[in-house]
Design a protein around this ligand. Structure first.
Ligand SMILES: [Mg+2]
Length: 218
């Protein structure tokens, strides 16, 4: 059994870490609450390209920092603030002890995503980490899920993809032949998109449900 899992806002709480960093950063530039909200919205949960966000910050604030320094700050400074729900660790341990192979499949830079996994202490709980920059293919391209399945010597038809992004994780995982579990974070599933096989608000709940549903189907 194969369990592929997204990293940002699935295994780790990237949103809280970024929001905390953004607040501190904006204050250091003399910004207000409105500026915090602006930066958090402009980041689009990490989906805004870093260079373009750096340029927008430079346009808005008198930072004295260059685009490259700002992009570097955006790349690494929030990583130290990442947290992981202990329930997520328990769910991963439970899945593994039931015989699941676990792979992280994440879009992003190799340096940043590797550091996040270290900071969160995730290494002991997963069998493989597949990062888009290193593989030169990113979600939702089915190719990245195929790479992860191959690395874990598993058949995608016997596997699941769990993540919070409807397109990158769920549509992508389905296109790769995986069943899908959506981490909703309290949001509504977007209308018009094919629904995931199961969903719940948190990664821990989704992973536990995947393991349970598989045990029942055997
Ligand atoms: Mg995500």
């Amino acid at each position: 059994m194969l369990l592929l899992v997204d990293l940002d806002n699935t295994l780790v709480d990237r949103a809280s870490a970024f929001n905390l960093w953004a607040t501190t950063f904006v204050r250091s530039l003399g910004g207000s609450d409105l500026d915090d909200e602006w930066l958090i919205a402009a980041d689009r949960d990490g989906y805004e390209p870093r260079e373009s966000l750096a340029r927008a910050i430079k346009d808005r604030f008198d930072t004295g920092l260059g685009i490259e320094d700002l992009a570097h700050a955006l790349l690494l400074e929030h990583v130290d603030l990442l947290t992981i729900d202990p329930g997520t660790i328990s769910a991963l341990r439970r899945a593994r002890s039931s015989g699941w192979k676990i792979g992280v499949v994440t879009n992003g830079s190799t340096a940043q995503q590797t550091l996040k996994i270290q900071v969160a202490g995730l290494e002991p709980y997963v069998d493989a980490v597949v990062i888009s920059e290193a593989e030169q293919v990113k979600k939702p391209d089915p190719g990245i899920f195929a790479i992860a399945a191959k690395r874990l010597l598993a058949d995608p038809a016997d596997g699941w993809m769990v993540g919070d992004h409807p397109t990158a994780d769920i549509a992508g995982g389905r296109a790769a032949g995986l069943r899908t579990g959506w981490v909703s974070r309290g949001k509504e599933w977007p209308s018009g998109m094919a629904a995931p096989d199961l969903s719940a608000p948190t990664a821990a709940e989704v992973i536990n449900a995947v393991v349970r549903s598989d045990a029942q189907s055997r």
